[in-house]
Design a protein around this ligand. Sequence first.
Ligand code: PLP
Length: 396
Amino acid sequence: MNFRWAERMSRIGTESAFEVLAHARRLEDEGRDIIHLEIGEPDCATPQNIIDVAVRALNEGATHYTPASGMAVTREATARYVTARTGVPTSLENIVIVPGSKNILAFLLLAIIEPGDEVIVPDPGYPIYRSLVNFIGATPVSAPIRQENDFRLDIDELRGLVTPRTRLLIVNTPANPTGGILTREDCENIAQLAIEHDLVVLTDEIYGRLIYDSAHVSLYGIDGMAERTVLLDGVSKAWAMCGWRLGFGAMPVPLAQRMDTLMINSSSCAAAFTQLAAIEAFDSPESDAAVDAMVAEFRRRRDILVDGLNRIPGISCRRPAGAFYVFPDVTATGYNERELQKELLDEVGVATLAGSTFGPHGAGHIRLSYANSVENIERALERIALHLGAGAVSPA
Ligand SMILES: Cc1ncc(COP(=O)(O)O)c(C=O)c1O
């Protein structure tokens, strides 16, 4: 059949991580040895205590539909978790449980954005923000995130982007792809701007537990923000549960009610046994200890990767404060980032992502994930150094 595609399909984007992964897998099928530094998920297993709870839940009959926004016990546990992390009194009515946190963004856009509205998105930023904003017919407006500003939002620049058509501001801390974070001062300045211009804010804090040298600051927790903010989070990154598909949003009650209707019209609900496993993730000291161990391991790998990259002539890499990505400037290598991504994968078997796939301001950078073993990170560094003609990068 010759399908006539809806016009909106010409406006939807994708996540290049999935495409690069597919290309890397094809090379592996041909017998090539590929080191995966393009990945966006922890390489460790989900903590055993969480798996045990899920298996028990399945055996005990958690195989049915649940209420659309989630089981009361899960929403209550999530509300307690949000209150503990942000200080905002949050109850079950503020929480929507979804099969993957992207749904929270999609539902928010569907609920409050009209074609022609403007949505400020971080650039470089998670590509789904821009894709979904375009898809629903609104205009994404880039808020530049720069290495020289430690990958923080520049508040004066942000102020200059607000117009009478701006409805929503999306922020992400710690951030994909840069690993940058917002400080308390940044959050307070953003809050002031949002309140002044009556903006809704989506704060994506899915990497909020993966932070190395300082405490995470939630924009949701800044005075006056909870009434205009949607906090997006989930279990994917903190407890290595990407494949379980369980995300959540915390938000004002009227918005949560609209999201409930959108859940009824789309997924019906998130899987029951994953909802019960999430309670174990939020509540048990064992799960907390697993997060702490993962953070310690990621810090070690981050330092090895950053130090190794900075020894390669032409590469300049900041030590990111959070998430599990580095986003070095590669302009001085003489390559543009897309050529470098392609050559590193095709010629030396190191999968990375070109920074410009995260927005025009990502040009000149590549994203490398350190959700891989130290051994593989060291092998990748050696291959990159050899390819760029710098020889091996043994410790200085
Ligand atoms: C910034 C950011 N937000 C949201 C997500 C979506 O996470 P999930 O759909 O697994 O909850 C990701 C996944 O990579 C991400 O990087």
